[in-house]
Design a protein around this ligand. Structure first.
Ligand SMILES: O=C[C@H](O)[C@H](O)[C@H](O)COP(=O)(O)O
Length: 233
């Protein structure tokens, strides 16, 4: 899919997902390029439609963008729970298992997700796949001893690569952790992999979000399609 079409589909899906936000809600705002479009649309609604809601951001970038558009942002610990979180994803399969963390924000995203009553993802159609794994799986690790974690991942056959920033230095997350990307190609047993990763000392969190999302808004030609997870009420 060419980049122009992909951006168009992302924008349409983001606009659809923005319509889920109602007055008075506490809304988790995800991260990434699709969420950037969502936040732009929410900012427009705040200005033009007098929409009033409270946002909880999953990254410093999203918090800054939202605030600059007049959206009220509070820390997660300032709210009891989140009514709805809208986030992007890197890949999602038909069991509603997904990969997140392409932008390195998976830790805050997962903390916000588990404190949300409902999670909606917004993606373009290229991200809906039969089997997840072609997109590298991000793992958030503590810098101390991270070379040893890399070696363990290597021995396990996970093809680990330390993520670098644009200057070629180790990429730092918003919590000052590192990201190791696992080139797994196909993830046939996501639950087992998630267990293995989280039990590795030094790993803070990984980008597998398994059966957590209620709806996926998929940007495609015509109009966005809504995939509803039958396992979540
Ligand atoms: O860390 C980044 C997040 O998980 C993003 O939500 C994910 O990578 C999708 O980003 P994008 O909308 O830019 O493809």
């Amino acid at each position: 899919m060419d980049a122009e079409l992909q951006n168009k589909l992302k924008k349409e899906a983001a606009r659809k997902a923005a319509s889920y936000v109602k007055n008075g809600m506490v809304v988790g705002l995800g991260s990434g390029s699709t969420v950037k479009m969502l936040v732009d649309e929410l900012g427009r609604r705040v200005k033009e439609e007098d929409l009033q809601f409270t946002g909880v951001a999953t990254s410093i970038f999203t918090a800054q963008q939202a605030k600059s558009l007049g959206i009220k942002i509070v820390d997660l610990d300032m709210v009891d729970s989140i009514d709805l979180t809208i986030d992007g994803a890197d890949q999602v399969d038909s069991n509603f298992n997904g990969i997140k963390g392409g932008g390195g924000n998976l830790l805050w995203e997962k903390i916000v997700a588990i404190n949300s009553k409902k999670i909606v993802w917004v993606v373009d159609k290229s991200k809906v796949v039969d089997t997840i794994g072609a997109f590298p799986l991000a793992v958030d690790v503590i810098p101390f001893g991270s070379q040893h974690v890399m070696q363990n991942f290597d021995k396990a056959g996970y093809e680990p690569v330390l993520r670098l920033d644009k200057e070629g230095k180790p990429f730092k997350t918003d919590s000052n952790n590192l990201i190791i990307d696992l080139h797994l190609h196909k993830i046939e047993e996501p639950t087992q992999l998630a267990d293995n990763l989280i039990q590795t000392v030094g790993v803070v969190e990984h980008g597998l979000f398994l059966n957590m999302v209620s709806e996926v808004v998929v940007g495609k030609e015509g109009q966005p399609e809504i995939l509803v997870n039958p396992n979540i009420g």
